[in-house]
Design a protein around this ligand. Structure first.
Ligand SMILES: CC(C)(COP(=O)(O)OP(=O)(O)OC[C@H]1O[C@@H](n2cnc3c(N)ncnc32)[C@H](O)[C@@H]1OP(=O)(O)O)[C@@H](O)C(=O)NCCC(=O)NCCS
Length: 166
């Protein structure tokens, strides 16, 4: 499958919203939130577009102010037709490859313990880079989500030395 990886434009926000909606168990944020990601936070985002212009994948993340050497993956999604091809990993690596992220040493994310595809994808990145993946409690079901959402565990992958985690 041929695709291009690039930073989103403001005009991608609405179709990012539609992709996320089609990718359970992701939380669907407001379309406005996706517009802000595609504009103010575009340096930490990437989209994958097929040759025919179809949106195949999306990652959004940011550099947490409290952890300057980290890149936090907020959400990553690939369309069902494009799964199992390494696209999610390529999206994340394309962000880390950018010059503005050359000082990133840790990949951070939260996962719900039962999301096997997500956990496998992050473990595969850690294995490929030959670095550790460690987990710690982060957002708890009752303490943080008023019992309305499964707990989210923080995963930390690294440290890696240079871009692409090499
Ligand atoms: C999680 C998700 C982004 C993975 O996307 P993907 O493009 O299929 O992932 P990749 O092809 O890059 O796979 C990366 C690794 O994860 C593994 N993996 C992916 N899906 C898997 C599954 N369903 N079961 C087991 N392993 C899986 C692959 O085997 C691969 O490992 P390898 O490279 O060592 O062989 C995709 O399934 C998705 O969009 N899910 C719904 C949204 C979601 O849960 N997002 C993550 C939470 S933020």
């Amino acid at each position: 499958m041929n695709y291009q990886l690039k930073k989103p434009e403001s005009t991608d926000g609405a179709r990012i919203y539609e992709l996320v909606k089609a990718c359970p168990p992701l939380d669907v944020n407001s379309m406005y939130c996706n517009l802000i990601q595609a504009t103010h936070f575009r340096d930490g985002c990437a989209i994958a577009e097929s040759d025919s212009g179809e949106l195949l994948g999306f990652v959004t993340g940011h550099r947490p102010p409290s952890e300057p050497a980290g890149y936090f993956v907020w959400q990553v999604a690939t369309s069902e037709s494009a799964r199992g091809l390494g696209l999610a990993k390529s999206l994340i690596k394309s962000v880390l490859d950018r010059p503005e992220h050359s000082d990133v040493r840790y990949l951070l994310a939260t996962v719900t313990p039962d999301n096997v595809p997500s956990r496998s994808m992050f473990q595969s990145l850690a294995d490929g880079w030959g670095v550790e993946l460690v987990e710690e409690p982060f957002f708890e079901k009752d303490t943080h989500f008023m019992g309305q959402h499964d707990s989210e565990v923080l995963i930390r992958i690294g440290p890696f030395k240079s871009v692409s985690g090499e």
